[in-house]
Design a protein around this ligand. Sequence first.
Ligand SMILES: [Fe+2]
Ligand SMILES: [Fe+2]
Length: 173
Amino acid sequence: MTTQKEVERILRVDHAGERGAISIYTTQIAISRRLWPSCVPALEEMLAHEKSHYRTFESELRKRHARTCYALPLWNLGGATLGLITALLGPKAIWSCTAAVESTVYKHLQEQLHFLEQHDQAAWLAVKAIEADEKSHLEHALDNGGEPVRANWLIWAVVSSCTSMAIWLSRKL
Ligand SMILES: [Fe+2]
Ligand SMILES: [Fe+2]
C-alpha cells in the first residue's frame, strides 16, 4: 500500500469514528434530558467537539479526493445502540462508555500521529488538532465515575471491544 493510501485510510477511519461518537452523544443527550439532566451540559460540549472533528476529517478527505468509509451507517447504528444502552443504565454507565471509547481512540491516535508525523504534515495537523479534545473527554469521564473499576468492568469490556472492532473493520472498508 502506498503512503498516500495509508494516509487516506487513517483519515477515513477517524472520520467514521467521529460519526460514531456523534451518534453516541446525540443518543445519550436525548435520554439524559429526561433522566439525568446534570450530564447534559458536558455531553453537549463533547458533541460539539465531535461535530467539529467530523468536519475536519471530511474536509481532509475531500481535499484528497478520497471517499468516506463504507461502514458509516454501521458506525451510526453502533453508536446509537451503545449510547442508548449506556444512557438507560445511568450516569456511571454513560461516563464508562465515554472513558472506554476515548481511551481506545486515544491509543489509536498516538499510533496514527507517529505514522503521520513522518509522512503527511497536513493530516498530522488534523489529527493533532483533535487530540486535546479527546483527552479532555477521557479525563472528564474518568473524573465522573467512568473509571474501569469492577462495577464498570462489563461496560468497559463491551465498549472498548466494539470500538476496536469498528476501527479494525473500517480499516478494511
Ligand atoms: Fe472526536
Ligand atoms: Fe471524543
